[in-house]
Write a protein that binds this ligand. Structure first.
Ligand code: ATP
Ligand code: MG
Length: 570
């Protein structure tokens, strides 16, 4: 490809509406352009990287035995009503009517469509297992589309769906996908972790997220220092604090705490550590008040609480409800004397003589004790784990925290969709059985963006070779000089003939300008062709990542590029 005839509209200035580096660099590097909020044009350079990721995904899916098909973007409401998600999915599902007034939606995911297809076509155990996948555009009307391709409204996803005779067989399909995902992200050159995750609105019983480690990641993840436990904080289990305090219960005491509402304020006012307080939160679960108790320095994990309560909605109660439930304004709630469902975190179980609100304005209670002063409905793990917590799986490790970008997600769905939509097969005895399903997604555009978050410097992108839009760029310093033009064309021809994806910067621009663009768009290898070095029969080969420069003969430079590409793609 010749740069002068290609379409790479780079820009010098950092776009003001791009918060994260990958979004900035993809705009500056001429890879994407915004059409509407969360909706992007993929320009040629961006598309090349997208296609690279798609191809790696396709190869590994095929290798794992999955079969590619393509489903429509437009989906009939009817199927979503059957699965029950028409009501459940909320505003992310973009709904519309056709001219006959029939309701449709733009597919945010394809469990309904694929389950419908399979229930019509698969009748016998002999047709199972089967794993079908597509690489296709999804639409989710995200509340806050941002960070470019990272959280778009229209985006490209690879989604696969496995169908098995029973749970054991479904586990094998899940494991195959888990292994394929590891290979995919390794081949993309990413530093990632597979973490245990909550199953969210897609439902099902078990899931792992594949997280690219990056400071800008929206997810908090933990991993054990000693074993291979890793989980999203949403899901990460807190081990019950084994030690309970042995102090004798002291007499309950009311203390005046004028205007001291927050945990920090009360702790500092009473000169105690925040961990000596119990925090009392009033929430609404499906519009019914519930109370959650946590150690003062711990944070509530709403997902854990929601799973324990089995409710559809969970939100913090407003002032009015707090007053109704506790008899006091927000900031003075406590469990003593409350007539509500009380869920207490496991860490509260071992506490003695703690401080809580007194359910009266400007008052707290000291020396509160479980059992003596109040009882709870249930103890459960409802807090976020924190740095240094003991690992829930092994005896020796503690939890470390990271930020991550979720690029892939594998779910065991069980029979959630097959039951609702009656996807069954006949077993060897001719008996009707429900199919077991799994589903497996990868955000293609998000993977490219996450890769840039992990691979860049102050000059631009540093693409890992397997997903770089081109392997090599030839910066011809002055194409008007015959020697330079001829040498550049010769190298270009030889590399192209060897199957190397090469971009010849033949533009009539200053060398500095060309180098800036080459660095910005992150091409891994650069050959600089100038008359000065050519006089000694040499060209310069520069590695974008290490910055290392070598002076080589043209033939050696070509060989080195070929070898580097072959090694990286092996
Ligand atoms: P998130 O929690 O980030 O919203 P999700 O759990 O909704 O993600 P899934 O439904 O599991 O995502 O979708 C599978 C994959 O699709 C995700 O792992 C992610 O890589 C990608 N993806 C999801 N939403 C978006 C989006 N709005 N823009 C780009 N990629 C997305
Ligand atoms: Mg989402």
């Amino acid at each position: 490809m010749r740069y002068s005839q290609y379409f790479i509209p780079t820009v010098k200035e950092t776009p003001s509406d791009a918060e994260v580096i990958s979004h900035q660099l993809m705009l500056r590097g001429g890879m994407i352009r915004k059409l509407a909020a969360g909706v992007y044009n993929y320009l040629p350079l961006g598309l090349r990287s997208i296609r690279k990721v798609e191809n790696i995904v396709r190869e590994e899916m095929n290798r794992a035995g999955a079969i590619e098909l393509l489903m429509p973007t437009v989906q009939p409401a009817e199927l979503w009503q059957e699965s029950g998600r028409w009501e459940q999915y909320g505003k992310e599902l973009l709904r519309f009517r056709d001219r006959k007034d029939t309701e449709f939606c733009l597919g945010p995911t394809h469990e309904e469509v694929i389950t419908d297809l399979v229930r019509r076509e698969v009748k016998s155990y002999r047709q199972l297992p089967i794993n079908l996948y597509q690489i296709q555009g999804k639409f989710r009307d995200e509340i806050r589309p941002r960070f470019g391709l990272m959280r778009g409204r229209e985006f490209i996803m690879k989604d696969a769906y496995s169908f098995d005779v029973d749970e054991k067989a479904a586990d094998i399909s899940y494991d195959k996908m888990y292994q394929a995902y590891r290979r995919i992200f390794e081949r993309c050159g990413l530093k990632f972790r597979a973490v245990e995750a909550d199953t969210g609105s897609i439902g099902g019983s078990w899931s792992h997220e594949f997280m690219v480690l990056a400071e800008s990641g929206e997810d908090a993840i933990v991993s054990c220092t000693a074993c291979d436990y890793a989980a999203n904080v949403e899901k990460a289990e807190a081990r019950q604090s084994a030690v309970s305090e042995h102090a004798d219960p002291r007499d309950l005491e009311k203390v005046a705490t004028p205007d001291k509402k927050s945990i920090e304020e009360v702790a500092s006012f009473l000169a105690v550590h925040e961990s000596s307080l119990v925090k009392t939160l009033v929430l609404l679960a499906d519009n019914e008040p519930v109370v959650a108790l946590l150690r003062g320095d711990h944070e509530l994990n709403e997902i854990k609480l929601k799973n324990i309560l089995g409710c559809d909605t969970l939100e913090m109660a407003g002032e009015e409800v707090v007053v109704k439930v506790t008899g006091a304004p927000t900031g003075f709630a406590g469990p003593v004397g409350l007539k509500a469902k009380i869920i207490a975190d496991l860490a509260v179980q071992g506490m003695k003589n703690f401080v809580t609100g007194a359910n009266a304005k400007d008052l707290h209670l000291k020396n509160v004790n479980l059992g003596r002063d109040f009882n709870v409905t249930t103890f459960a793990d409802i807090r976020n784990v924190v740095l240094g917590d003991p690992c829930p799986r092994c005896e020796s490790g503690t939890l470390e925290m990271w930020r991550g970008i979720e690029v892939g997600h594998v779910f065991k769905l069980g029979t959630k969709y097959s039951k609702a939509m009656k996807a069954t097969y006949l077993d060897a005895d001719g008996k009707e059985q429900i199919i077991f399903m799994g589903c497996y997604g990868i955000g293609i555009g998000r993977t490219v963006a996450a890769c840039i978050e992990q691979n860049h410097d102050e000059n631009g992108i540093i693409f890992p070779l397997p997903i770089a839009p081109f392997h090599c760029i030839i910066s011809a310093l002055n194409m008007k000089e015959d020697v330079v033009r001829e040498a550049s064309e010769a190298i270009y021809g030889q590399l192209a003939a060897a199957g190397i994806e090469v971009l010849l910067d033949d533009r009539d621009e200053r060398p500095g300008f060309k180098f800036k663009d080459a660095d910005l768009i992150g091409i891994p290898l650069r050959i600089v062709v100038g008359s000065k070095n050519l006089a000694d029969g040499k060209v310069e080969l520069k590695c974008r990542r290490s910055g290392e420069v070598e002076l080589l003969s043209m033939a050696d430079a070509v060989e080195k590029v070929k070898a580097a590409v072959n090694t990286a793609l092996k």
